[in-house]
Design a protein around this ligand. Structure first.
Ligand code: UD1
Ligand code: CA
Length: 456
């Protein structure tokens, strides 16, 4: 028996007033559609097929690593029409197809699994998820018959005054018997307020054909769909709280969960403390005992044990244990910093390796370099990695002392146990154990001020 899922992601998303396809708007740092795909992946479907239409190319690019297939809906004629566009995908399958919307990212793996079980055990041909909304504006209403069975779904714009009062809404999440769905799709018409082919009409069609229809009510939060930027922010808030709560339950201190922005795929170990204003994104891993003082952005980086970070930006890099970063450091992609190191204020490091115990305390740029352990960088050091055409590499050995305001013109090598005098511009190799001085000698012109009548 086949078990597959369709995700509807072809709609225009007019109400978002955006050039970006609606399903690519992000919630907690990840596209809504990718949230839905990730949940479905965890819910044991054999295959995931996405209906794309508006911005199809962009949607494909954003989901290219997800191992999904696509059906193309060239004209957005409604959710029923969208499913018709997946006929090719469904036609040789027999079993169940779940259908979810790419604009409702709060659905949980747990609910999806329960839903499929409910559908299978109930022997239903169609099952839908519903919820009770205090303000059901915009949603399709669930109309039940005298035996409490679901009779049909009426879209908001097609509702009578009485139907508008119904608070039970359609989540746009369904399970169908594949053969029965394919059959019923033929019967959907577009004689409604929006002149669209509504998937919701399937319920009435199957009811009339005497098929068994199930409905499972779930918490409204999981069903929320995003049609506008206001709803986007509401969904963001709910997901943020969910994520933050999970970390707190795992032993992370979050000083102010309302002002802490952690992506869904971020891992944080216990006894780490996160102050307000931190944004942690991508696949970042923050190990035990770190302190993230206010206002850092950390993207897809690994922060080892007991690291302290203050007001800094760290992108796709690794920070070793017991190291301190910031305030106001900028660690750019492909950087790896050792343990017990210190990266201080106004330091930028790009695509470089910095050894254990090395201190880069202030106002320094290091790019395309390999720096050993136990080094000390004086204030204002610049690795001159770019000659206007190409980037070059600099290598600095262990135990090097780089005096203040040094330029290291790449490519250049500084060997182990060396000293560089302050203000040097290093263009040649500094051999092991030496002191390099690369600046003109100081000249004092005696009585120059009085001779030139400049004394004040
Ligand atoms: C839909 C349901 C409504 C439900 C609500 C829950 C229908 C007719 N209505 O309404 O009962 O309460 O979701 O959020 O199904 N899409 C396509 N192609 C299209 C049209 C839509 O792929 O031609 C996709 C959209 O990208 C979106 C999803 O289907 O991901 C839902 O479409 P949307 O237009 O937002 O439906 P609603 O009006 O919200
Ligand atoms: Ca919607």
């Amino acid at each position: 028996m086949d078990k597959c899922v369709l995700i509807l992601a072809g709609g225009k998303g007019k109400r978002m007033k955006s050039d970006l396809p609606k399903v690519l708007h992000k919630v907690c740092g990840k596209e809504m559609l990718n949230h839905v795909i990730d949940v479905m992946r965890k819910s044991d479907f054999e295959s995931i097929n996405i209906i794309i239409g508006k911005g199809a190319d962009q949607v494909k690019i954003a989901t290219k690593e997800k191992n999904v297939t696509y059906s193309f809906q060239s004209e957005q004629l409604g959710t029923g029409h969208a499913v018709m566009c997946a006929k090719e995908f469904l036609k040789d399958k027999d079993g169940i197809v779940a259908i979810f919307a790419g604009d409702a990212p709060l659905i949980s793996e747990d609910t999806v699994k329960k839903f499929i079980k409910f559908h299978e055990q109930g022997g239903y041909k169609a099952t839908l998820l519903t919820s009770i909304l205090e303000h059901p504006d915009g949603y399709g209403r669930i109309i039940r018959n005298s035996q409490d069975g679901v009779e049909r779904i009426v879209e908001h714009k097609d509702c009578s005054a009485d139907e508008l009062k119904v608070k039970e809404v359609n989540a746009a999440m369904y399970c169908f018997d594949i053969k029965i769905l394919l059959n019923g799709l033929e019967k959907i018409k577009n004689d409604n307020a929006q002149k669209e082919y509504y998937l919701t009409d399937m319920i009435e069609i199957l009811r009339k054909a005497g098929e068994k229809i199930g409905a499972m009510a779930i918490d409204f939060e999981e069903t929320l769909g995003v049609n506008s930027r206001v709803q986007l922010s509401e969904v963001e808030r709910i997901m943020r709280n969910r994520i933050n709560k999970k970390h707190m339950e795992n032993g992370v201190t979050i000083i102010d969960p309302n002002c802490t922005y952690i992506g869904e795929d971020v891992q944080i170990e216990k006894d780490t403390i996160v102050y307000p204003g931190n944004v942690i994104e991508g696949n970042s891993i923050i190990k035990e005992g770190c302190i993230l003082y206010p206002n850092s952005r950390i993207v897809s980086s690994i922060i080892s044990e007991n690291v302290t970070i203050q007001s800094s930006v760290i992108l796709e890099s690794k920070i070793g244990s017991n190291t301190t970063v910031g305030p106001f450091a900028y660690i750019r992609p492909e950087t790896s910093i050792g343990s017990h190191a210190r990266i201080g204020d106004f330091v930028e490091i790009k695509k470089s390796k910095i050894g254990n115990n090395t201190k880069v305390s202030h106002l320094t740029y290091i790019g395309d370099a390999e720096v050993g352990k136990n080094c000390n960088f004086g204030c204002g050091t610049v690795v001159v990695n770019y000659d206007g055409k190409e980037k070059h590499k600099t290598i600095i050995g262990d135990n090097s002392f780089i005096g203040c305001n040094t330029n290291l013109v790449s490519p250049v090598e500084v060997e182990d146990n060396t000293y560089i005098a302050a203000g040097s511009t290093i263009t040649e190799k500094v051999p092991e154990g030496s002191l390099a001085i690369a600046r003109s000698r100081q000249v004092n012109k005696k009585d120059w001020v009085s001779k030139n009548n400049l004394k004040k």
